[in-house]
Design a binder for this molecule. Structure first.
Ligand code: SAM
Length: 203
C-alpha cells in the first residue's frame, strides 16, 4: 500500500500547511538540524522532491546556485512559489515543478539531493525505483540528505528507519552524518568517486 497524488490533493484542500511548517517548534528545530547536517556552505545544483509549501526550500535556496523543488500538489507549489517570490532574495535560484517521483525524475547530475519526509509516502517498490534515480543522478562527491519521522505512518508500507535502511544500501554511498532521536532520523551520505568505491568495495 502507498499514497497517490489524490491523497495529497485532498490533504492540502483540508489544510494549507498540513505539517505546521510555519508554526511548529518541532519542525523548526528539525529544519535547523537538517541544514546543519549539510557539510558544504554552498551547492551548485540541488533537487528537493516533495518540497511542500517551500519552508525548507527557502532555507536551502540560500545555499544553492540552482535548486529544483518538486511536489505533487499544485496547491503546495503555489504556496511555495509565493513564499519565494515574497522573499525576493534567492527567488531566481529555485525552479518549482509538479512531479510524482519516482515516475518522473529530473535529468542531469546533482551535488545535493534532499529526500526529506517523502520516503514513507512511497511503496517499497517505488522507493527502490527512487534509489536507482538517486544513484544515477548524484554526482561524485555529491550528498544525499534524508530526514524522516520514526513512528509508524498510517497507510504506509515503510517507516522512517525502513526508508533510511534502504537508502543506506545505495552502492557507492558513504555515511557522513547519522543523527537519530526518539522522533526523527537524519542521515547524510556522500557519493565517493567510482574508482575509490571500487577500491573500498562500495561498488
Ligand atoms: C511531509 S512534506 C515534506 C516537505 C519538505 N520536504 C520538508 O521536509 O520540509 C511531503 C510532501 O511531499 C509531497 N509528496 C509526497 N509523495 C510525493 C511523490 N511521490 N512525489 C512528489 N511529491 C510527493 C506531498 O505532497 C508533500 O507536500
Amino acid at each position: 500500500m502507498s499514497f497517490g497524488p489524490d491523497d495529497f490533493k485532498a490533504l492540502y484542500a483540508r489544510s494549507a500547511d498540513p505539517w505546521h511548517y510555519e508554526t511548529s517548534w518541532y519542525e523548526a528545530r528539525k529544519r535547523a538540524l537538517t541544514l546543519a547536517a549539510l557539510t558544504r556552505e554552498r551547492y551548485a545544483r540541488a533537487f528537493e522532491p516533495g518540497c511542500s509549501i517551500g519552508v525548507l526550500t527557502a532555507e536551502l535556496a540560500a545555499r544553492c546556485d540552482v535548486l529544483l523543488a518538486w511536489d505533487t500538489s499544485e496547491a503546495a507549489l503555489a504556496a511555495a512559489h509565493g513564499r519565494m517570490a515574497a522573499a525576493g532574495r534567492d527567488a531566481d535560484v529555485v525552479t518549482f515543478a509538479s512531479g510524482w517521483v519516482p515516475h518522473v525524475w529530473p535529468s542531469g547530475e546533482f551535488d545535493l539531493i534532499v529526500f526529506s519526509e517523502i520516503g514513507y509516502f512511497l511503496s517499497r517498490a517505488q522507493l527502490l525505483e527512487a534509489r536507482e534515480h538517486i544513484a544515477e543522478s548524484l554526482a561524485p562527491g555529491g550528498e544525499l540528505l534524508a530526514c524522516h519521522w520514526r513512528h509508524p505512518i498510517q497507510g504506509g508500507e515503510l517507516d522512517g528507519d525502513g526508508v533510511h535502511r534502504l537508502l543506506d544500501a545505495i552502492p557507492g554511498l558513504q555515511s557522513v552524518v547519522h543523527h537519530h532521536e526518539a522522533d526523527l532520523v537524519i542521515d547524510l551520505w556522500s557519493r565517493v568517486s567510482d574508482s575509490l568505491a571500487q577500491q573500498e568495495g562500495l561498488l
